[in-house]
Design a protein around this ligand. Structure first.
Ligand SMILES: *Cc1c(COP(=O)(O)O)cnc(C)c1O
Length: 395
């Protein structure tokens, strides 16, 4: 039996893969992947903002192999070195004083939600468990994380949702102010919305949220799962705004291709959870942490992130110059870039794939580009040329 048939027979169909058009990928190296027929593609999806350092970066591969030969898993009953060293790195390069390890973005947000509820109880009152999030946000697929996600389409069929979430408008400070009550314990926000359509926050908005949280003893939680780890040209997107969160979450690119989630917390927030209140069997796994250590070291190396910002500006400039009448908007920060069109985004994705470029489309109308951060201006030029060809067949 063909492997695609085997997939349909044995895997629950949550991904809507199309046998005719969904690629079967066999190999990746740097900015490229190859399919089962040996065709090469320029990968501007990057595993959805995971492969920020490209595919199979030799330094990360070596770190994984080195650790895998020594110790692959213990348990958090014991100390392991890569976990402790990674926590030290993250504390050094972020606003956090302490770190909690888990395995994914949704889990990291679950940890943050639990922390915020406990914090509300201890610092405010027994009823202070409400968390305000933004419309169009995305925080993951576990029940609490999907409730936090301000997109009703993801809630449908899974009601009742988790209690205690309110939704305000992204980049509209007043809408958050209006929802704050004695019951509020936290505000959870992506500094740059990803799945919702690539919308960067404004500086007034994030700084306003910081003030609002300070006034009302609320935790400000930044979901940096997608926009963190160099994606926007800073290690953390929050650095663009000169705002520090009390709690942040990371996942996606942190593990250099392996699954990891992190919650960082600062000050009193970092002292909120006590032994026995939260845990994860694989959290802080030595192989994954060894990979993440290698990834962080590469991201913070001299000059690397400055390049990202420059390439992002260049990419957006080239997108604005495309000859296509249905461009609605070009937006983004660093190499997290969206091109909104008044056309069939899915068709553009298909046409680009046929021409050797992998991109992604969100909400049918916004083409999302998440090139590996190691992509050069030449790679961006190649992508623009392929995209232009695809768009010309539509005009
Ligand atoms: C992808 C994503 C998540 C969920 O991460 P998973 O690892 O898929 O659970 C959460 N928040 C944001 C902003 C994301 O982009």
């Amino acid at each position: 039996m063909d492997l695609k048939d085997l997939e349909r027979k044995n895997i629950i169909n949550t991904y809507n893969r199309q046998p005719e058009t969904t690629l079967f990928l066999k190999r990746g190296e740097g900015v490229h992947v190859w399919d089962d027929a040996g065709n090469r593609y320029l990968d501007f999806v990057s595993g959805l903002a995971v492969n920020n350092l490209g595919h199979c970066h030799p330094t990360i591969v070596e770190a994984i192999c080195h650790q895998a030969q020594r110790l692959m898993h213990t348990s958090n009953l014991y100390y392991t070195e890569p976990q402790i060293l990674l926590a030290e790195q993250l504390v050094k390069y972020s606003s956090a004083d302490k770190i909690f390890f888990c395995n994914s973005g949704a889990e990291a947000n679950e940890a943050a939600i639990k922390l915020a509820r406990k914090y509300g109880k201890v610092k405010k009152n027994n009823e202070a468990f409400e968390i305000i999030t933004a419309a169009r946000s995305f925080h993951g697929r576990t029940l609490a994380a999907i409730t936090a996600t301000g997109q009703p389409k993801y809630h449908k069929g899974f009601e009742p949702m988790v209690a205690g979430f309110r939704y305000a408008e992204f980049n509209d400070l007043q809408s958050f102010v209006e929802l704050v009550t004695d019951k509020t314990c936290a505000i959870l926000i992506e500094p740059v919305q990803g799945e919702g359509g690539v919308y960067p926050a404004t500086t007034e908005f994030l700084q306003g949220l910081r003030q609002l949280c300070d006034q009302h003893q609320l935790l400000l939680i930044f979901d940096e799962v997608q926009c963190g780890m160099g994606r926007t040209g800073k290690l953390f997107a929050a650095e663009h705004y000169d705002v520090e969160a009390d709690v942040y979450t990371l996942a996606k690119a942190l593990g250099g291709g392996l699954p990891i989630g992190v919650m960082g917390a600062k000050g009193e927030a970092a002292e909120t959870l006590v032994p026995g209140e939260h845990a994860s069997t694989f959290g802080g796994n030595p192989v994954v942490c060894a990979a993440a250590n290698a990834a962080v070291n590469l991201l913070v190396a001299d000059g690397f992130l400055e390049q990202v910002l420059k390439k992002g500006e260049y990419f957006k400039k080239r997108l604005r110059e495309l000859s296509y009448t249905k461009i609605v908007d070009v937006r983004g920060l660093g190499l997290m870039v969206g091109l909104e069109i008044d056309g069939d985004g899915a068709q553009v994705v298909r046409l680009c794939q046929e021409k050797g470029l992998l991109i992604n489309c969100i909400g049918g109308k916004t083409l999302r580009f998440l090139p590996p951060l190691i992509a050069t201006e030449e790679h961006i030029d190649i992508a623009i040329n392929l995209l232009q060809k695809a768009l010309l067949t539509l005009n």
